[in-house]
Ligand binder design. Sequence first.
Ligand SMILES: [Zn+2]
Length: 229
Amino acid sequence: MKIFDNLLSLFYPRMCVSCGDALQQNERHLCLHCQMHLPETHFHKDLENPLNLIFAGRVKVENVCSLLYYKKGNGVQHILHALKYKGQKELGSFLGEYYGRQLKLEPRFQTIDFIIPIPLHPDKERKRGYNQSEWIAKGLSAGMGKPYRTDVLVRTHYTETQTKKSRFSRWENVKEVFEVADADALRGRHVLVCDDVLTTGATMEAAIQKLHSAAECYVSVATLATAHG
Ligand SMILES: [Zn+2]
């Protein structure tokens, strides 16, 4: 297997998703330099972090955190791009596990019962071949030692394309795409909803609203990256 890997890397050199340098044999996804210099937010250690403001007065959230700062043109943008559009789904579980090991140490995240990835629209998932949020959930699950479930929050179909709509109806559209398929699983539980990136928070807010309206539960949020802060 190792010989095969070596041969393969002769023809397809493995590259760091952040800086593009060739990876050493013991490196996965990111070179050591980029791994050491990830722009981490450490928001999970801070109750009063800027991400809480996104949801303040909109929807009840216990804890909100993101692993990395996302800025246009920085390595994190390349990481997210590789995860979503370059088929590098294992990058999601790799970084998810890295983050999960950190969250495991925080008492506020130790009460999590299970992890819920933001579901992707079925058509999109078929096209992409995977849901990147599910791969992040896999990693978080391994790092935190908590299960993840994809059968609790699901997507419903929408018919019109989002691009044709105004800003307001786009929000209305987002609101209708989630459904809770197993309310009993939620009742009285503390769940961690995960996604790749947190920007306006509209999608996340819609998902959280659905969870709250389905059953009395506690919701926390963790994403790989955020444009806030
Ligand atoms: Zn690198």
